[in-house]
Ligand binder design. Structure first.
Ligand SMILES: C[S@@+](CC[C@H](N)C(=O)[O-])C[C@H]1O[C@@H](n2cnc3c(N)ncnc32)[C@H](O)[C@@H]1O
Length: 255
């Protein structure tokens, strides 16, 4: 296995040296772009690589699967919030008047919390890995508010960012919201303990048709997510599938 760890988040990355160089050059092209400000957002497709686009295509497909289900979207592990922002845009496309489709994101916004032995030797992260900049949740809240401002019923806030350790915040959220139905739950904490806590807390709020998305299932670098799913739900209870557009991320529909 390539032992390269990123300086930013400690995890092993599997890109080749050539790929890393091309990614760095693409980043430089973005930062030094001559595009005028009022054309930048409309031309972000210039910088979408196949890897980035594959994730967008995955969630575009998953969103279509929840449109006829009722309930909220929860993301366990938000980081910079690109998936939350994408989901907000997809809500604007598919169901702009559905005020019940709240999007709720859980993160410490200070990186991993709760690394344990279950996460294994390949998992080079430590508590604090994948942290974001100070007070980033306020910046993300502003971006999500702007996403809503660009769609109908923007006077009704339809997102929530829950800051703190998921082992405490996820059970507390569902205790405070007994009305919850969870239409889509995205598991992306990467590690065992918060994933297990989130699975246990969300389980009573799932129904036949709820969609579960897993970012690290069967992943040898982050085995903790798979162990948590096996312990809480049981692998043999789930029809685990993937889509041709994305290699790592998988999903299951509660049957
Ligand atoms: C891989 S990142 C999530 C990426 C994000 N889903 C995306 O689409 O870009 C994993 C996130 O899990 C968060 N995390 C890890 N352990 C946590 C815990 N115990 N409680 C809350 N958040 C946690 C980290 O802070 C980190 O932001």
């Amino acid at each position: 296995m390539d032992e390269m760890k990123t300086r930013r988040h400690d995890a092993i990355v599997l890109s080749s040296g050539d790929e890393r160089a091309a990614q760095a050059e693409m980043t430089a092209r973005l930062k030094e772009s001559p595009l005028p400000d009022d054309e930048l957002l409309a031309n972000l497709g210039l910088f979408l690589t196949s890897k980035t686009l594959s994730r967008i295509l995955f969630f575009a497909d998953i969103y279509k699967r929840i449109v006829e289900t009722h309930g909220i979207i929860v993301e366990f592990g938000v980081r910079w919030g690109q998936t939350l922002s994408l989901l907000s845009a997809l809500r604007g496309i598919h169901e702009p008047f559905n005020r019940h489709r709240r999007i709720v994101g859980f993160d410490t916004f200070e990186g991993f919390s709760g690394m344990s032995e279950v996460d294994g030797a390949n998992c080079r992260t430590v508590d604090g890995s994948f942290s974001v900049s100070p007070d980033y949740e306020a910046e993300l809240a502003r971006i999500l508010a702007l996403q809503e401002a660009l769609n109908p019923i923007s006077h009704l806030t339809k997102f929530e960012l829950i800051k703190g350790d998921a082992r405490d915040t996820v059970p507390a959220y569902f205790a405070a919201h007994p009305e919850s139905l969870v239409s889509l739950a995205i598991f992306d904490f990467d590690i065992y303990e918060p994933t297990k806590a989130a699975l246990e807390a969300v389980r009573p709020f799932l129904f036949k048709g709820s969609v579960l998305v897993f970012d690290e299932l069967a992943d040898d670098i982050f085995p903790g997510e798979t162990v948590a799913v096996r312990e809480v739900l049981g692998i043999d209870t789930l029809r685990i599938r993937r889509l041709p557009t994305a290699a790592r991320v998988s999903y299951a529909v509660i049957e």
